[in-house]
Design a protein around this ligand. Sequence first.
Ligand code: NCD
Ligand code: ZN
Length: 352
Amino acid sequence: MKSLVITRPDDWHLHLRDGPALAAVLPHTVRAFARAIVMPNLKPAVTSVAAADAYRQRIVAAFDAGKRGGAIAAGARFEPLMTLYLTDRTSPRDIALARASGFVHAVKYYPAGATTNSDAGVTALERAFPALEAMQKHDLPLLVHGEVTDPAIDIFDRERMFVDGQLQTIVSRFPGLRVVAEHITTREAATFVEQARPGVAATITVHHLLYNRGAIFQGGIRPHFYCLPVLKREEHRRALVAAATSGQPKFFLGTDSAPHPRGLKEHPCGCAGVFSAPAALELYAEVFDAAGALDKLESFASHHGADFYRLPRNAEKVTLLKEAWTIPAEYPFGDETVVPLRCGEQAAWRMA
Ligand code: NCD
Ligand code: ZN
């Protein structure tokens, strides 16, 4: 049996939701990850420091309640790293307040209409320039959902078009701004980040490392593989694996675990989002193992993100064992259930 001890990792892109859904999914993340960049796409969106503070307190309360109720281990520690949701109206003052708060670590840019709860997002990049200028000045990173929203553009081309256009514009117009291309899915995005100036990085999800777009149609329509940006061709998956396992500090772990109730996934117009938290770290280990790059897992999962965000690396360790287990078919999710990635099938690695 193979085993691997690594520094406890962090999740640099996570959807924790709110209320009973938050209470249901939080234990899956804190089991493996010490910190997480928490996405602000609630309804209403987290657009102010006050809203981010209130959300942070609800996460901490859910964490404490999870410990009292036994869903979270008594000795567990978890720090939510909050983000603001960029809108057309985000002001330089909002950015200064965010920087001063100490708990807001980044600002998320959703092009309006790009994904779940993005309707409050930025309607034209130029409208965000004053906020981006302030973020550059205060050294607050910009996290980008990199897809164009023009419905005339083929869904499989939307990231590539965004990289050539808006991402290039942001990176060159604001040369001191730290930028994370979130959940990249294409060879073009990986190459762009690799060749970009310092201060440009990317997160990569475990589902985009494991699967190509064929998974959505394997023997029938499989809504639990539907997320945004959508899975791409095999050549892109391979490029992402090469980037993640390259050891380059520009690439780090971000699950984009995005739970939706089963009924809204298995639906005539199903929601986008893959719920990967229950086996995320284990499945990343599987990817790195298959690539013969287990020695690169720790830097990708536990070092590069902390370094980019200028936070200390975690001191604690976790142990991974190469020992198969079956991922449950579903988990409780408030009054409903949520279906995890690889539901009912085996994961090759488990956490000790
Ligand atoms: C995310 C969600 O459900 O909030 N969905 C997804 O498919 N990734 C939104 C997002 O990150 O795009
Ligand atoms: Zn996301």
